[in-house]
Design a protein around this ligand. Structure first.
Ligand SMILES: [Zn+2]
Length: 151
């Protein structure tokens, strides 16, 4: 699996497709690419396939990218001898398990991108402090309010 395209890359691709196919509004191509992340495809792959489709008079919309066809075989022919890029699992987000770029693109308002290693380090750093605060706060609460009444 390869990282989905950045918004910047999607914008450039949509503009390129619109330049070749003025009947494909840039916003429609952007919208389609955002809704269809095409897992396993690199920016280079999507560029070749999308522009192949844009240049094909029988293609009505970029939605054919979702299907196998000669547009993807044109990509495969381009780098048949290249080894597939391997995903470094230690660089995946500890919350959503996506690569950094895709995590930041998909979840900007949901959570921060933090690797499992960084998460472990942060927990190790803060745990003693949090525990100390909790014990101190609990002692203060007990001193102030006594026992917690049963409902
Ligand atoms: Zn994430």
């Amino acid at each position: 699996m390869t990282a989905a395209l950045s918004e910047e890359a999607i914008g450039r691709l949509a503009f390129a497709a619109h330049t070749i196919r003025p009947d494909w509004p840039t916003t429609s191509v952007v919208s389609w690419l955002l809704d269809n992340p095409l897992p396993g495809r690199t920016e280079q792959d999507v560029t070749v396939a999308l522009l192949w489709l844009a240049a094909d008079p029988r293609t009505k919309t970029p939605a054919r990218l979702a299907y196998d066809g000669p547009w993807w075989r044109a990509v495969a022919r381009g780098h048949a001898a290249e080894p597939r890029a391997r995903v470094d699992r230690s660089r995946l987000c500890s919350t959503c398990s996506l690569p950094e770029e895709e995590c930041r693109r998909r979840w900007p308002d949901d959570h921060a991108y933090v690797t499992a290693e960084e998460h472990q380090a942060a927990v190790a750093d803060t745990d003693p402090l949090i525990r100390a605060l909790q014990v101190r706060d609990l002692k203060r609460l007990v001193a102030t309010f006594g026992r917690i009444p049963k409902p």
